[in-house]
Design a protein around this ligand. Sequence first.
Ligand code: ATP
Length: 243
Amino acid sequence: MTTLLQVEQLSAGYGEAVVLNDISLSLGEGETLALLGRNGTGKTTLMDTLAGATRQHGGQIFLGGQALHTLPSHERAAAGIGWVPQERNIFKSLTVQENLTAVQRPGRHWHGSRAWTPERVYELFPRLAERKTNLGTQLSGGEQQMLAVGRALVLNPRLLLLDEPLEGLAPIIVEELLRAIARITREEGLSAIIVEQHPQAILKISHRAVVLDHGRVVHASDADTLRENPDLLDSLLGVARKL
Ligand SMILES: Nc1ncnc2c1ncn2[C@@H]1O[C@H](COP(=O)(O)OP(=O)(O)OP(=O)(O)O)[C@@H](O)[C@H]1O
């Protein structure tokens, strides 16, 4: 398995405050990582740090062998990071179609995979196809999340970062998004890191799992180890909860 992402002794935070301490992890090409932990343990900070949106205090990040830690955020996007932050950064004053075409990088795709285009995004999310001419403000929360994922896909990333993509969505939309995420990752082989508060659904489609507590890695294994051992999962998240 070729290593896609290599994180070494990463520490980062906001201003002088250090939130992440000595984080090391790696992810293979085509693998999905479930990033777990109770509230406030640093999951979002880690995603933001990979995307270049925090203050890095130490350590290194490599994507496909290329050093990311020296690059500003927009150059990390060009290097292959597709970031879907918690706040779903879509352009609300543009239509669905404009949101997708504004950021599209049509010429780029990796390892012979099929390039993502707005048309492919519509095929993945038929609800968006019906809303092509709607403004971002006219979309439901679920549709906004689909559009946020679609915007990251048309950048044709090497690594997709999904921060709580299911948060606050109706069960039927959660099912649709989970199916789409499984298709993108499991079937199409796009590498991803997914932060989620409800771990079972994400562990089912992930290869690897990492649990954070107090900004440190307290568990790293294959996803099945945690999925098949709910007591271990509870104790990892439960221990964190008591602290
Ligand atoms: N912009 C910020 N400035 C300063 N501190 C912050 C900022 N954002 C988060 N923090 C702090 O960093 C720590 C980790 O927060 P983070 O949001 O990364 O955790 P999380 O595991 O993603 O939690 P959640 O599940 O609630 O999103 C917390 O102590 C939080 O207060």
